[in-house]
Design a protein around this ligand. Sequence first.
Ligand code: ARG
Length: 462
Amino acid sequence: MTSCPVRGSWTPSAGPRGPVGVLRPAGPVPVPEVAPEVDRGLAEAFVRTYHHEVTGADPTDRLRHVLTELDRTGDYTHTPDEIEWACRVAWRNADRCVGRVYWNALRIRDFRQVADPRQVAETAVEHARVSFNHGRIRPTMTVFAPAAPGTAGPRILNEQLVRYAGDPKYVALRELARDLGWDWDGDGWAVLPLIAHIDGGRPHLLPVPADAAAEVRLEHPHYPWFAELGLRWHALPIITDMRLEAGGKWYLAPFGGWYVETEISARNLADPDRLDMLPEIATLLGLDRTAAWTDWRNAATVVLNQAVLWSFTRDRVRISDHHSEAERFLEHLARESRAGRAAQENVDWSWVNLPSATPTPTYHRYYRHQPDQPLPRLVRFRPPPMLQPVRPSPDHGARRGRRSGPPHPPAPRSPSWTCPRSGSWSGRHCPSWTTPSGWCATSTASSTPSAAPRWSGCSRPT
Ligand code: ARG
């Protein structure tokens, strides 16, 4: 038992059989996947491809060095130039990203000497400041220490650096933070603290300071009532939980750039299982929600799109719109083809088309998507297969079909470790890890129907 700085005590998920060995029923921290042995073939292909693309030099010496190191230690070290290239190429290879035309301009912060959870969290917070750059956002990636083979390495449990406590998507994370001692005052707009840990060990909680969580308050230039909704969103999307796989090695590497408006307006604020604002906005627009002809969902989405674009521009925070970004994406594909690289094979239609995409040029066409192309296997991002603590919900079945609204009340503090897809598991190999999304679970979390949430300044429909 290790002592927790905030709460007195906690049960680590590390077990006697190794760093992430045995699942402890009482442990609240998800169990991360461990890095495999470094694949010699991937390491070799990585070095060859790097030299082919970047230096044009003969890779023989470097290869000999890497393979000798691998034979001797079972691992090898990327040079600063190699890791920079890997970060950029991981973005270029990201088949779900529509904003890849800028891949070569990515700024890399090399923090591979950092593995300690407290330093990881602090360095990630600093990432937000550097990347925000007073609103002139710079796409940035921070690389932390790699996971040695057989270990999980440093991890951040939050999906993004800034997320809100009242967002229904993060109920499990919020409750985990509270289990770990975070004192939530019930404000739906409270920014969730960062939770970092290494090898499934003692987690470090770090509140995200306001200057690292820049936000934009949303208004609409034509509708004075819009400001009364009290809506806002964070300026930077910084993904913190994906791993960078490069030449057979795994790194924690938070990254982000600027938003495309529909990510906020047509998903985060709109989805019925997120902030679900469309019905309220449609009503305020005077649209009849019982009549199909009003197409109130689309009408309300357009107003939200406008509000997001207008407000970010008002605050001089860089943002893009889905029309411009779709045009640029086609330019990216053309460039990639000219460079002789697989372009269309590397496009996931369902992701590069953002919501509201029907009038954009990326929509009415096909791509030759072939996941697991050789180059993406060499350098890529992966979502984090982890087991989430699941709190059994006696009325889970009864909740099905109910309209979900943020946020749920505090869940009972008795997490059990179950994979919600497979029902149960033993050891760290959960069958659901093989699912295409790579996610084992999102917690089905709580609980009993809730008291009305306290979204400060925003009256939520109940
Ligand atoms: N869709 C995610 C969100 O709404 C952000 C994903 C990354 N997006 C980006 N523009 N870099 O927060």
